[in-house]
Write a protein that binds this ligand. Structure first.
Ligand code: TPP
Ligand code: MG
Length: 441
């Protein structure tokens, strides 16, 4: 029988056929062997984003949360409303700080391969963000960083590189006495709060610190740091609510480097919206900024920090950048993304772009750049030699055993004293046994 012979009872009056539901799982637009389509980034042209006054209402930054603040064009010219009359000396200082950060990272990565350091994390490709921000912060401000903001320290003159390296090498001069993972520095006088390995906690800590600064009637502000992936943690959203409600003097930095280990940023929620838009949705003035453009990084940091300093409320910045290297020394990114992805990333390399700008303005030459590179390589190498003279993981010059038990209480309580004595006796017995074996006893 022809099915069309059947009448279709109630078809006109019944509900429409139900559509089968589909779950959407975001996918990256590139995979190993298949070049990334970067059109997902929705970039704006240099100079296109407007610059609102620092006392603008949060809702009036809505368009900026979907645009991109950029200053440097492809020829190295500074264009548009965010371009400021920068002091060439400051820009050269920033360029050298970025170069130093990259050399430092390269050497420490190598030191890990040589087993002198147990673990390392580079910020390759992201150098402009922390280094520019550091030049705008004021003494006493407090950063709550994650593990890719070494530029906050390396841009400063008062943090010896050798001391950072001693921490990385867990040696006898490690200022943290082996109690933190390498790269998790803690330097209060440099405004660098201890890094929590538990991601996103930085955000609630920073907002709390900023609220305390306001309660005390102080003048210091906080700067919070988080990656795209870690914004998926509930701490991120809680921090935004508190920052908005109490107008906490805090800059909320979201570094969107496109990846969270092997997870693409879309999985944390960057696909149909932006991370900057989260801020506007919570009543926080927000900007989306080219994080590989040193001039845009300076200008946006100034705007946001001035806003917080003047009691105008918090500011959120999404820094659009690319993680040029592996997540850490324990990761191989060629397994989940194209090997040449960074070279093809449309926002380029922050060092090359600032160099081009300075050369275009007659303030720098290729010869200056080569000389600076040599000088900084020598400086980093000298710091490494000094740090290594106090030991590396290879030679066992580590902090003494008792440091495991110290600094928790003002005076060590009896149960810790007993544990220390126990472990000391154990070590002594082992050493004795080894010596005995060596002497054939
Ligand atoms: C609360 C928490 N969850 C998971 C981890 C494990 N982890 C360490 S780094 C990382 C990726 C974070 O990516 P993102 O926030 O984008 O920062 P990025 O590494 O890209 O700078 C993860 C999942 C962690 N340290 N803390
Ligand atoms: Mg990331």
């Amino acid at each position: 029988m022809d099915p069309s012979d059947h009448p279709t009872p109630a078809a006109a009056s019944g509900p429409p056929p139900a559509e089968v539901l589909r779950l959407h799982v975001p996918e990256p637009t590139g995979r190993p062997g298949h070049a990334t389509d970067f059109s997902y980034l929705h970039l704006a042209k240099a100079g296109a984003a407007r610059r609102p006054p620092v006392d603008t209402a949060p809702v009036d930054t809505f368009d900026l949360a979907y645009s991109l603040v950029r200053v440097l064009d492809d020829d190295g010219n500074a264009v548009g409303p965010w371009a400021a009359a920068e002091d060439p000396a400051l820009l050269k200082r920033g360029l050298r700080a970025m170069m130093k950060t990259r050399i430092f990272d390269t050497r420490m990565q190598m030191a890990q391969r040589q087993k002198k350091v147990s673990f390392y994390m580079q910020c390759l490709g992201e150098e402009a963000i922390a280094n520019a921000h550091a030049l705008v912060l004021q003494p006493g401000d407090m950063c709550f960083p994650t593990y890719r903001q070494q530029g906050l320290l390396l841009a400063r003159d008062d943090v010896p590189m050798a001391s950072l390296m001693c921490q990385l090498m867990s040696n006898e001069l490690d200022p943290l006495k082996g109690r933190q993972l390498p790269v998790m520095y803690s330097i209060k006088r440099a405004g660098f709060f201890s890094i929590s390995g538990n991601l996103a906690t930085q955000f609630i800590q920073a907002v709390g610190w900023a609220m305390a600064s306001a309660i005390k009637g102080d003048t210091k502000v906080a700067s919070a740091w988080i990656g795209d992936g870690a914004t998926a943690e509930s701490d991120f959203h809680t921090a935004l609510t508190f920052a908005h409600v109490y107008r906490a003097p805090v800059v909320l930095n979201v570094v969107n480097n496109q990846w969270a280990i092997s997870t693409f940023q879309a999985i944390a929620g960057g696909e149909s919206t932006t991370f900057a838009a989260r801020g506007v949705g919570c009543g926080i003035a927000s900007l989306r900024v080219d994080g590989n453009d040193f001039l845009a990084c300076l200008a946006a940091s100034r705007w946001a920090l001035e806003r917080t300093r003047r009691n105008l409320g918090p500011a959120l910045i999404e820094w659009v950048t690319y993680r040029g290297g592996a997540h850490s020394t324990a990761d191989d990114p060629t397994r989940y993304r194209p090997g040449d992805d960074w070279q093809r990333f449309p926002l380029g390399d922050p060092i090359t772009r600032l160099k081009l700008h300075l050369i275009a303005n007659g303030q720098w030459t290729d010869a200056d750049h080569d000389a600076a590179q040599r000088e900084l390589e020598a400086e980093v190498l000298a710091a490494q030699k000094e740090a290594e003279s106090h030991g590396t993981l290879l030679d066992g010059h580590i902090p003494p055993l008792e440091t495991m038990f110290e600094d928790v209480y003002q005076t060590m309580p009896p149960h810790l004293r007993a544990q220390l004595a126990e472990v000391q006796a154990e070590v002594q017995a082992k050493t004795h046994a080894k010596e005995g074996a060596r002497h054939g006893r």
